[in-house]
Design a binder for this molecule. Structure first.
Ligand code: ZN
Length: 559
């Protein structure tokens, strides 16, 4: 038996009490078996990629709730373990919408559609296309404006319609009917993400085919029955929340998102072919969810009782941190009692040769230095199935593309565990048979060691860190340096964070501000903002109109 073994055994006996040696080996095998069971279930085709708001998400939610119950966690959601939140998916054309011309019903969405900024209204009239009389719908052929702008890549037809036809109502129109007799493809479709201000009267687009059929004779009188109804498209997400009450003054939060991409419907798949396949999300993030469950199992028996523990499996992360944001805005415990938060997102692909584990959030508390990177491997109570230490790569920022960011924004120290990107990221090929289960059990051990070595410490102090730009979009030659709030459903783009030293911060834009205009470009949605940003070059200056509380401000930004 090698000396290191005896020293190892000695250290264990000393640190974790008599039973440890036998249990550890057994417990690690047990942990690995459990991880396999969790990840294989969560990444099974049956759960169809666990997209938020789908039956697959529901199955995963039930599975996690059942595990929490078996472990003996106290339910800490709003509906027992689950905490339900609404995801706003933008606008939708309600079934009540209809258009009949001369008694013929046109097919909604195919033959015609109301623009998303149309109010709910019912109109019956006998208009003729050539006449723009008071009290009837007015008809507009887009032919001319399309031909005038056919060589202008920045021409935005919807923006043109929205801004140029605003005052039509005042001249007597009760609706605006747009059609296109030119050979140019107008590419007009119903855009559920359009969050622009509602107009006073309906704006409707009629397809080329239907326009040819009904609008060719401009002098004809049409029997026109129109009803427009635009609603909010929503779905429900479910955080799953369980608690260990050690009657302590502070609580440690452990979190991992369990939602994934489904068939890639939300446009966040790396597969750009449009092929609809199940994205199983074994590493992203069935691995973190499995680790969360196993950490609950061990901490339930742990002697580290100077903190309570709250376990949150988030939904809505892939949509833009919806679940964690919702929890931090609607916490089921007092956030002031939170000591720190540990987030695990993609911890299933530890590279066995490099053993590199990225730990983010390192700069969010001075306490992390001692416990993350300097733990004496041979003195650790938990070793997992490993004979050599992990290679910890630290990232100091408290923000990043996962749920710890929502807690960092509430001035809570965070750690973010991540084994790194790989070629299966956000693809259907992210499967359970590629998971490094042993590696994951070691990562769980690292987290347990961190928690146990902080147990006797006072509540951690929080440090602000540099904000990292989460998405580097090559398409733009400039960036403002704001972190958009993906959950914001209102008009404009709300800044969740502002990066130091970037144009927005230098111009005095703050977190919480709502960008409404960039130069001459209206900013109603994130898409508008991206389009507008694409028009600017380094060194250029422009005016930014924004809302701060009830105030509307204008600042000058230099890119
Ligand atoms: Zn993820």
């Amino acid at each position: 038996m090698s000396s290191s073994i005896s020293k190892f055994l000695l250290a264990l006996l000393f640190l974790a009490g008599c039973s440890a040696p036998k249990n550890i080996a057994k417990s690690d095998t047990q942990t690995i078996d459990n991880l396999k069971a969790h990840i294989q279930y969560l990444a099974d085709d049956k759960l169809e990629g666990r997209r938020t708001g789908t039956p697959g998400e529901e199955l995963a939610m039930q599975y996690i709730s059942k595990q929490f119950k078996e472990i003996g966690l106290t339910p800490m959601g709003t509906e027992y373990y689950p905490q339900i939140f609404v995801v706003n998916d933008g606008k939708q054309i309600d079934d009540a919408t209809e258009l009949l011309i001369n008694g013929n019903r046109l097919e909604t969405g195919k033959d015609f559609f109301p623009f998303p900024f149309s109010p709910t209204q019912k109109i019956e009239a006998l208009p003729s296309i050539a006449l723009q009389e008071v009290g009837v719908p007015w008809f507009f052929d887009l032919k001319e404006v399309l031909e005038e702008n056919k060589n202008n890549p920045h021409f935005d037809l919807v923006d043109y319609i929205r801004t140029n036809y605003k005052g039509i109502k005042d001249r007597g129109a009760v609706a605006m009917i747009f059609y296109n007799t030119s050979s140019i493809d107008d590419k007009l479709v119903f855009d559920p993400k359009d969050k622009s201000e509602q107009l006073a009267i309906p704006a409707v687009y009629v397809s080329k085919e239907m326009a040819k059929k009904y609008f060719s004779d401009k002098s004809a009188t049409l029997n026109f029955k129109l009803r427009t109804s635009i609603g909010e498209k929503t779905r429900l997400g479910h955080n799953v929340v369980g608690y260990i009450d050690n009657r302590a003054a502070t609580t440690v939060i452990l979190g991992a998102h369990y939602d994934h991409l489904g068939y890639g419907e939300d446009g966040n798949s790396m597969i750009r072919t449009g092929e609809k396949s199940i994205h199983n999300g074994a590493d992203d993030n069935a691995s973190g969810t499995a680790a969360l469950i196993e950490l609950a199992r061990v901490l339930k028996k742990s002697k580290a009782k100077n903190n309570n523990y709250l376990f949150i499996a988030f939904a809505g992360e892939e949509l833009g941190l919806f679940g964690s944001k919702y929890f931090t805005e609607n916490p089921t415990i007092d956030l002031k009692t939170v000591n720190y938060m540990i987030n695990m997102d993609m911890v299933g692909r530890l590279n066995d040769s490099t053993k590199v584990l990225t730990v983010g959030g390192f700069g969010t508390s001075p306490a992390w230095d001692k416990v993350v990177n300097n733990l004496d491997f041979f003195k650790l109570p938990y070793k997992g199935d490993m004979t050599a230490p992990l290679v910890i790569k630290i990232d100091s920022s408290g923000t990043g593309p996962s749920d710890h960011t929502s807690f960092y924004r509430k001035d809570i120290p965070v750690l973010f565990y991540f084994t790194g990107l790989h070629t299966d990221y956000h693809k259907p090929s992210d499967d359970a048979d590629k998971i490094n289960y042993k590696g994951e059990s070691v990562i769980i051990s690292h987290i347990l060691n961190v928690i146990e070595s902080l147990d006797q410490q006072p509540k951690l102090s929080f440090l602000k860190t540099k904000e990292t730009q989460t998405s580097t979009n090559q398409r733009f030659s400039v960036s403002m340096g704001i972190m958009p709030d993906y959950t914001y459903a209102g008009t404009g783009v709300r800044a969740d964070g502002v990066t130091d030293g970037k144009p927005a911060q230098k111009a005095g834009i703050k977190a919480g501000d709502i960008i409404l205009q960039l130069g001459d470009n209206n900013v109603a949605s994130l898409e508008n903002y991206m389009q507008a940003l694409g028009k600017f070059k380094k060194g250029e200056k422009t005016k930014v109109k924004l809302k701060r509380g009830n105030e509307t401000l204008e600042v000058t930004v230099e890119f």
